[in-house]
Design a protein around this ligand. Sequence first.
Ligand code: 13P
Length: 241
Amino acid sequence: MKKIFAANWKLFKSPKETREFFAQFKELAGKATGEVVFFPSAISLEAASESLKGTSIKWGAQNAYFQAQGAFTGENSAQVVKDLGGSYILIGHSERRSLFGEGDALVADKVAFVQGLGLTPMLCIGETLQERESAKTFRVLETQLNLGLAKADKTKPLVVAYEPVWAIGTGKVATPEQVAETHTDVYSILKALGFESAPILYGGSVKPDNAAGLIKQPHVNGFLVGGASLEAKSFSEIASV
Ligand code: 13P
């Protein structure tokens, strides 16, 4: 399966900073060992689109509504992302779930809408520390996948990103053993649901010095990187493992 190295820039980088990043990153991108995808913040998407024209580097939005247009103040249109040349929409990131109240039903509508447009949803799932410590990880992931994929099309592209909430932005990366065990579980849940061809990315404090150990684990098909993707050099190192 091809590897995917995705960068989630969250609410960082202006359009100017986005252009400057890509001027540098394009020089380093040749060493990537898989597909490279960027998720800039909404206001910088057009700058990304212009910077990446004519390259094989993909990009998408961190969130989009499940309708193309209408009276939906503050939302993003996946249709516009498509028209600008984007390929992916990140859906259900833990920050969307915990800070903006997104639930699995909304996630399911977004996954289905994005697939219907011909874009690829990158569905994020993950357990909190409390859920892991009370041995609920499998059940939490199974529920998020069951409900989040309830309206999804098995014949269309899908990518899943497993991001343990306790490892996001904390510097506390999951151990290779935890990643191996959990990715194997995620694969088995996806298989039972008929989505076994979906690549499974790991996210949560991925850095150049831990990426090589994590990529070797079973059913790890790439990474979704936050902090370490903001610098061209560190992200290109991660994308070349
Ligand atoms: P960090 O790599 O900063 O931990 O963020 C992970 C993440 O949330 C990517 O979506």
